[in-house]
Design a protein around this ligand. Structure first.
Ligand SMILES: *Cc1c(COP(=O)(O)O)cnc(C)c1O
Length: 301
């Protein structure tokens, strides 16, 4: 029998200099790097791949045949759960907020290509529906954003990986959604050098990240989270994110997404302009999300 392929990407993910973007932000050309967690071998890549490796190993151990998870319509996590399920031969049910749109775009199109089953929650609570389906269909439940204290370990390991690649790390900037990515990084690197940028996915990102770090058995310390980039709310594109996407594309030929990495870069730009970046090499964690760009009507107009 062919062994199940439980490694979803090649590690370490690359770290590369972005000298033209650095210059545009008033940072020395060798002072700013991207860690490319958007470059991974599973359906478009992104930070959920690391977390899913751990979650899927757990699902396999428990003999799961069906998976269920929740998300927004353009959820990168839902798309990557569909991909991970496909790779392991499991059926994937995605419980997504709102009504089924006429046309499947962005992540939704990829979900369908990957063979996932859609359940559109309408105005009902996606988590309630997922809990019911988990019982009815004997499905293994993957939490919102693929985040819990178990899977956040993936980003503790990524933090260790980053410190090996960038020993003089001054700061790493990361978007915060469900909080698992930031929590894991803080566990490895400490609160001082991890700069979270809140996307507005949760009501209280700070509390969620602190709780995860605590559940992992680490001390959270004083978390650095920029709450200024949420704007009108998670689902709304901000002017600062649009500018950050354009600047990064035009300086480096690298594409960010409107929900997470666009906001995170807007936070980094603001910190650089206000001279609030700590000494040492600045790293931007590119957490993926490109398909979301093709499912976002606001950026298309
Ligand atoms: C989910 C996501 C994040 C946030 O990660 P969390 O671990 O949920 O905080 C950041 N960037 C992208 C592109 C994402 O899809």
């Amino acid at each position: 029998m062919i062994e199940m392929k439980m490694h979803f990407f090649l590690r370490p993910t690359p770290v590369e200099a972005v000298p033209r973007l650095a210059a545009a932000l008033g940072i020395p050309p060798d002072g700013l790097f991207f860690k490319r967690d958007d470059l991974m071998g599973l359906a478009g890549g992104g930070n959920k791949v690391r977390k899913l490796e751990i979650m899927m190993a757990d699902a396999v151990r428990r003999g799961a045949r069906v998976l269920v998870t929740t998300g927004a319509q353009q959820s990168n996590h839902a798309r990557l759960t569909a991909a991970a399920g496909a790779r392991l031969g499991m059926h994937v049910i995605l419980v997504l907020a709102g009504e089924r749109p006429e046309k499947l775009t962005g992540n939704l199109l990829l979900d369908q290509i990957l063979g996932a089953e859609f359940v559109f929650a309408g105005t009902s609570d996606t988590e309630t529906i997922a809990a019911e389906l988990a019982t009815e269909r004997d499905a293994f439940r993957i939490p919102f954003g693929g985040t819990n204290a178990l899977s956040a370990e993936a980003y503790r390991q990524a933090g260790v990986e980053l410190l090996e690649q960038v020993p003089d790390l001054g700061s790493v900037t990361v978007a915060v959604g469900s909080g698992g990515t930031m929590a894991g990084l803080v566990a490895a690197i400490g609160a001082e050098r991890v700069r979270g940028v809140d996307s507005g996915a949760l009501k209280d990102a700070r509390a969620a990240v602190a709780r995860l770090i605590d559940e992992m058995g680490f001390a959270s310390g004083a978390l650095r989270i920029d709450e200024e980039q949420v704007g009108a709310g998670y689902e709304y594109l901000t002017e600062a994110a649009r500018e950050a996407i354009d600047l990064t594309a035009r300086m480096e030929g690298i594409i960010l997404d409107p929900t997470y990495t666009g906001r995170a870069m807007a936070g980094l730009i603001s910190a650089a302009r206000h001279h609030r970046l700590p000494e040492g090499t600045a790293v931007f964690l590119h957490t993926g999300g490109l398909p979301g760009l093709f499912g976002n009507e606001q950026i298309q107009s």
